[in-house]
Design a protein around this ligand. Structure first.
Ligand code: RP5
Length: 150
């Protein structure tokens, strides 16, 4: 995430990954404040055979796009709420010119959780146990939705 201030939202992403027993690492890395740290992180991620990178940032949110430019590891972008209510973050993350994609999620908590679930779905294509867990999660999810509103 681009700042420590993003953690309150991004902890929801980590909790979701944890619930699927997915190994993850959490860093504060800013594309504009710590560009060298970003470059180092991406190089290390490639060496470690990291499968997915989730990048969360707010405002002029270029973290996901710059990360995607440095690697072919799939990059999932989470726009963080900002003074413009996250619309700036959403557009900065989603509106990548053709050639370097960032899979972009909803602003804030929903995006944080869904980015984790999407990472799980990517992993599920190669790891049958993860696929089973995801199917179980969806089945339970459905049970929680009441059939009537009263
Ligand atoms: C972005 O600027 C960060 O991702 C954060 O959402 C926003 C504000 O950062 P702070 O000023 O709170 O560190 O780069």
């Amino acid at each position: 995430m681009g700042s420590k201030s993003d953690w309150d939202i991004m902890k929801n992403c980590c909790e979701t990954l944890k619930s699927f027993k997915i190994n993850y690492d959490v860093r504060v890395i800013s594309a504009h404040r710590t560009p060298k740290r970003l470059d180092k992180f991406v190089k290390e991620s490639e060496k470690k055979d990291t499968k997915v990178i989730i990048a969360a940032a707010g405002g002029a949110a270029h973290l996901a796009g710059v990360t995607a430019a440095l690697t072919t590891i799939p990059v999932l972008g989470v726009p963080i709420e900002s003074v413009l209510k996250g619309i700036d973050s959403l557009l900065s993350t989603a509106q990548m010119p053709a050639g370097v994609p960032v899979a972009t999620f909803a602003i804030g908590k929903a995006g944080a959780i869904n980015s984790a679930l999407f990472a799980v779905a990517i992993l599920a294509t190669n790891y049958p146990e993860v696929s089973r867990q995801l199917k179980r999660y969806r089945a339970n999810f459905e049970k929680k939705v009441p059939k009537k509103p009263f």
